[in-house]
Write a protein that binds this ligand. Structure first.
Ligand code: SF4
Length: 291
């Protein structure tokens, strides 16, 4: 299998076949992200993709789920994605889900007809870098799309049958704005009705723009207590059925939950964690090293 440069996948795709279709990320400008900082974006050839599928079909049995790497693989046009999906189905006829990371802008660049065709070719699930429902925070993060775009494009996915898992960042709004972020995030989730919500926590890593802003005092990170209060508030306000996916190692309290059914249990878990921590830790900003 060919993998060029760093390869990232959600923790939940640990058992999926990782198939490289792109290298790096086209945007590469999000303030907090260093994942592909030194990686030049490129597109893998269809010939190489077929070679990898041929090899993986001899190595693995009945693959049900394929994760296309890398950072924003859904940037590929429908014209490029369709033959890739057809090849996957040719080598793994029982594949149920072909998924990948996607930016809101990657949805915007496709027509409804194209999204439906991709869904029919089993590209029926996407991990979306929504990050926040808080307008000011989204703008600061430099994601390259507006909050209005998030609402509109997630709705288009729902209409065309593509399920989505919306990625959100606790602490993303910075000091004193955790509750605002929680309210805005819950509003976005209640409107966009994702299959799941994938949670990470803001960290100012190494040579990210965010770390430079923290150094200059432009961004003041949330304290641990604020992050945990934000977590509780968002869970409390989610009304739609969705899976809370929170096992990422960067989070303080790691758990999965079915919302809104497990709301009480989830909030209690966060409360119990707060009760076990001392004030010094709760009022600090713990160092988080990598996404
Ligand atoms: S967060 Fe995603 S879209 Fe933003 S630079 Fe990193 S990989 Fe690219």
């Amino acid at each position: 299998m060919k993998y060029t440069g760093p390869t990232y996948r959600p923790p939940y795709e640990a058992n999926s076949l990782l198939l490289q279709v792109t290298v790096g990320c086209t945007h590469n400008k999000c303030k907090f992200c260093t994942m592909y900082k030194d990686t030049k974006f490129s597109i893998e050839s269809l010939e190489q993709i077929e070679k990898d599928l041929e090899e993986s079909s001899t190595l693995y049995g009945d693959v049900k789920r394929v994760f296309l790497v890398n950072g924003d693989a859904f940037v590929l046009s429908a014209k490029r994605l369709k033959p890739i999906a057809k090849l996957i189905i040719q080598y793994f006829p029982n594949v149920e889900v072909i998924t990948m990371y996607a930016s809101i802008n990657n949805i915007k660049s496709k027509t409804d007809q194209e999204l439906k065709e991709l869904c029919d070719l089993r590209i029926n699930d996407l991990w979306i870098g929504t990050e926040t429902g808080h307008e000011e925070t989204l703008e600061y993060m430099n994601k390259g799309f507006s909050l209005k775009d998030s609402y509109e494009q997630l709705e288009r996915l729902n209409k065309t049958g593509i399920r989505h898992i919306d990625i959100l960042i606790f602490g993303g709004a910075g000091r004193g704005k955790g509750i605002d972020n929680a309210i805005a995030n819950a509003k976005l989730i209640n409107a966009s009705k994702p299959l799941g919500v994938s949670i990470t926590t803001m960290g100012a890593f190494g040579d990210s723009q965010l770390a430079a802003d923290v150094e200059k005092g432009i961004f003041v990170p949330a304290t641990e207590l604020e992050v945990l209060e934000e977590q509780k508030k968002m869970i409390e306000l989610i009304e739609v059925e969705t899976i809370y996916l929170g096992i990422h190692g960067i989070n303080t309290v790691t758990f999965d939950a079915q919302l809104p059914k497990d709301k009480g249990k989830a909030i209690k878990l966060v409360d119990d964690t707060i009760a076990k921590m001392n004030d010094e830790f709760l009022n600090s900003v713990p160092e988080r090293h990598s996404i």
